[in-house]
Write a protein that binds this ligand. Structure first.
Ligand code: HEC
Length: 713
């Protein structure tokens, strides 16, 4: 007996030693140079190395320092201004205390994840004119890390590789046909040494595809087109030959000339054991099936989940969530892989909650549909037939060349804003929406194909008119409503929901601290109890939120990071309702916020860009003086202070000058009062009257900016 006791004690002591040493060492971190498949799949708790964290894209952080008991103490540790006013959708990646975060126009910053100090930045200089091809704002959702490099897709279709330490450009490849309006807004993933990237553009005239490039050299390894090409020519692979049978060619316009669509612009996940890469594909182009495939057809592989052999890009299986899509129902919402116990059996599943409003659970090895149930208000289909895997469609929803009111709307019951799976609760948290859309379809006669413009086969003027007529007749469209929903993927039912301030809200994160984090259109960023949905903490970030939060740790401190900047599809298209919570802020200046326990509990609003801090002094100048001021300003001041008196703030924007400056123009411009700061005297080229005219012109511009931001009631 004593022998046994001693042995037990010995075991206990060794266990304590092992545990002790594990705690004594700082949490393991993975520097960017060491990021590979093993690191991404088995990453230390404090890292966030790939878009959805691991290849299964669960967006669950194992960190629990911030938890249900102490989350009330959460506050801002630091913030970082992006100096952008367009939508921010990025997922920051964090490796060994360095954060890589992207913003509007595909700009990228590397920051010290503890302090927010900028280490380097990269601006791919996307031509502003390309913005016209971005259906849903000039956004970017993030980068990929792999073996010391950062991979970024740019809005104008380039894939670039940068040194993770310095930001130096290592290579850049063009991924698109530049005569077509393709865009990249999604984050690349690196799997098996291949950088995989898709593209957007299915509102215009594009044929979607996903490509894989050698991460080392940038050489293209494979490409998978989502829809078939010219049926008279041989197709690129047997999968596309098979798909041909699901398309009709009868109409005036041919899908292979006007696009076809299927843009795989967002969702990807990877199962390293199966070697399968899962890709979500987009809507049909044009939206209206009657125009691209008259008389019907499933139109493979639109609105589908594709399983591709990662080494070759060959199609292993597919599941089409919306056969014959005609409603802009992309299947590009994020895809989550998990192992769930269903009917007493452990199943390796794939989950997606696409725009069409149904929550799908598939066997990820075979693509077999295991279950599907609506998670939002849906009227286009009564349900999904589990035997055939097909929706039981409501025939009234296919508008053809008539009108139909369809739920969900085009923005989707769930769009790209990522959902999150918490293995502790077994629940999926979905940023979801109940909404409706009016479609008024065109036909071959009324539809006019316009290259590089929106080509939907839907008459938006008639849609707008129908809505206005409805309002006049006392039937305004019902409001679109946003929720955070906790969904049980095994039982296929809602467990709890919380309403959000707007309809178009941010992505979600779940953590081992028993929390779900997410922000909304109204600028509120909140922590929910993962089990009950109770709101445990909230902060007002003073601008609308779209992006998903992430969590990481540096030196034993857990942080939550989130971009705030309003825009995206919902942000651009929704008319501003002056009474809504979304519109309470004039400004939409992009910021990254990083939170920790004990941080600041309040965030100050930033002054709006290009708007004077106070109402400018009164203006009394005649048209001739203003004209003279404009000419003199343009000749003498614009090179530094910006054309039209609008500067990008490197040199002061004169419209925003503090009040006293308006009385000091002569001192500054003629007497050189600010010469030491780089503002020399211009008395050799300007008279006192010239300066007065310039001041009047600048003041006029200041008033315009002020009035724009403070409309008279
Ligand atoms: C070569 C570049 C350059 C040119 C050209 C120039 N400025 Fe400036 N200006 C500056 C710089 C730099 C400052 C900031 C000086 C400082 O902060 O000390 C400045 C500051 C000012 C300010 C003070 C603004 C504030 O908010 O404090 C005024 C007013 C001004 N400039 C007017 C003019 C006018 C009017 C002209 C054309 C006649 C002009 N400047 C041309 C570089 C320039």
């Amino acid at each position: 007996m004593p022998g046994r006791a001693i042995r037990l004690a010995f075991v206990a002591v060794t266990a304590a030693l092992v545990a002790g040493s594990a705690f004594a060492q700082p949490a393991a971190q993975v520097p960017a140079a060491k990021v590979d498949a093993a690191a991404i799949e088995h990453q230390p708790a404090g890292e966030w190395l790939s878009y959805g964290r691991t290849y299964s894209e669960q967006r669950f952080s194992p960190l629990d320092q911030i938890n249900t008991a102490n989350v009330k103490q959460l506050g801002v540790a630091w913030d970082f201004r992006t100096y952008t006013v367009r939508g921010l959708e990025g997922t920051p990646l964090v490796a060994n205390g360095v954060m890589y975060v992207t913003g509007s126009w595909s700009k990228l910053w590397a920051l010290d994840a503890k302090t927010g100090k900028e280490l380097w930045s990269y601006d791919p200089k996307v031509p502003g004119s390309w913005g016209r091809y971005a259906c849903c704002d000039v956004v970017n959702r993030g980068v990929a890390l792999w073996r010391g490099a950062v991979y970024l897709g740019t809005l104008d279709g380039r894939l670039v590789k940068l040194d993770a330490k310095t930001g130096k450009l290592l290579w850049s490849v063009n991924t698109i046909d530049r005569s077509r309006p393709y865009t990249i807004t999604g984050a690349p993933r690196v799997v098996d040494g291949l950088v995989v990237i898709g593209n957007g553009g299915a509102e215009y005239n594009t044929r979607g595809y996903v490509s894989a490039y050698d991460a080392r050299t940038g050489k293209k390894v494979w490409r998978f087109y989502v829809v078939p090409g010219d049926p008279k020519k041989p197709q690129a692979n047997p999968a596309l030959t098979a798909a041909l049978k699901t398309w009709n060619t009868g109409g005036k316009y041919k899908w292979w000339q006007i696009g076809g669509g299927g843009a795989p612009w967002n969702a990807m996940a990877f199962d390293p054991k199966l070697g399968l890469l899962y890709v979500g594909t987009g809507n049909g182009d044009p939206w209206n099936r009657d125009i691209r495939s008259p008389g019907g057809g499933d139109n493979l592989y639109l609105s589908s989940i594709l399983a591709l052999q990662v080494k070759t890009g060959k199609l292993a299986w597919y599941y089409q969530t919306t056969p014959g899509d005609t409603w802009d129902f992309d299947s590009t919402a994020d895809i989550i892989l998990a192992d769930l116990k269903i009917g007493g059996k452990l199943r390796h599943v794939l989950m997606q909650a696409p725009k069409n409003g149904f929550f799908y659970v598939l066997d990820r090895e075979t693509g077999k549909l295991l279950s599907a149930k609506p998670f939002a208000v849906v009227n286009w289909a009564k349900g999904i037939d589990l035997k055939t895997g097909r929706p039981i469609e409501n025939p009234d929803a296919r508008y053809k060349d008539k009108m139909a009111v369809v739920m969900p709307r085009q923005a989707g019951a769930h769009n790209w804003q990522p959902m999150s799976f918490d293995p502790q609760t077994g629940l999926v948290y979905i940023p979801s929406e109940d909404g409706s859309a009016v479609f008024v379809g065109q036909n071959d006669k009324s539809f006019v194909y316009r290259p590089r413009a929106w080509n939907l086969g839907v008459d938006f003027a008639a849609v707008s008119q129908a809505i206005l007529d409805g309002i006049k007749a006392g039937h305004p469209p019902p409001p679109n409503l946003g929720y955070v929903k906790a969904w049980d993927p095994v039982a296929q039912k809602e467990v709890w929901h919380q309403p959000m301030g707007g309809a178009w809200n941010g992505g979600l994160l779940s953590t081992a601290g028993g929390l779900v984090f997410g922000g909304g259109a109204d600028g509120l960023f909140s922590a929910y109890d993962a089990k009950t949905g109770a709101i445990l903490w909230s902060i007002d970030l003073k601008t609308g939120i779209l992006a998903p939060p992430v969590s990481y740790s540096v030196d034993g401190v857990q942080y939550i990071a989130l971009l705030a900047g309003w825009g995206g599809a919902g942000g651009l298209a929704d008319p501003r309702d002056p009474n809504s919570a979304v519109s309470k802020y004039q400004t939409n200046q992009g910021r990254l916020f990083v939170f920790k326990l004990g941080g600041a509990q309040q965030v100050a609003a930033l002054a709006p860009e290009g708007v004077p801090p106070a109402e400018p002094p009164p203006l009394s100048a005649d048209a001739a003086t203003l004209e003279k001021g404009f000419v003199k300003y343009s000749q003498t001041c614009a090179v530094c202070h910006g054309f039209y008196a609008q500067s990008d703030d490197v040199i002061p924007d004169l419209r925003l000058a503090p009040a006293p400056v308006w009385d000091q123009y002569d001192d500054i411009v003629l007497k050189g009062a600010m010469a030491d700061g780089g503002m020399a005297s211009f008395k050799d080229v300007l008279s006192k009257a010239d300066v007065a005219a310039i001041r009047a012109y600048v003041l006029e511009q200041a008033h315009l900016a002020w009035d724009g931001a403070h409309p008279k009631k």
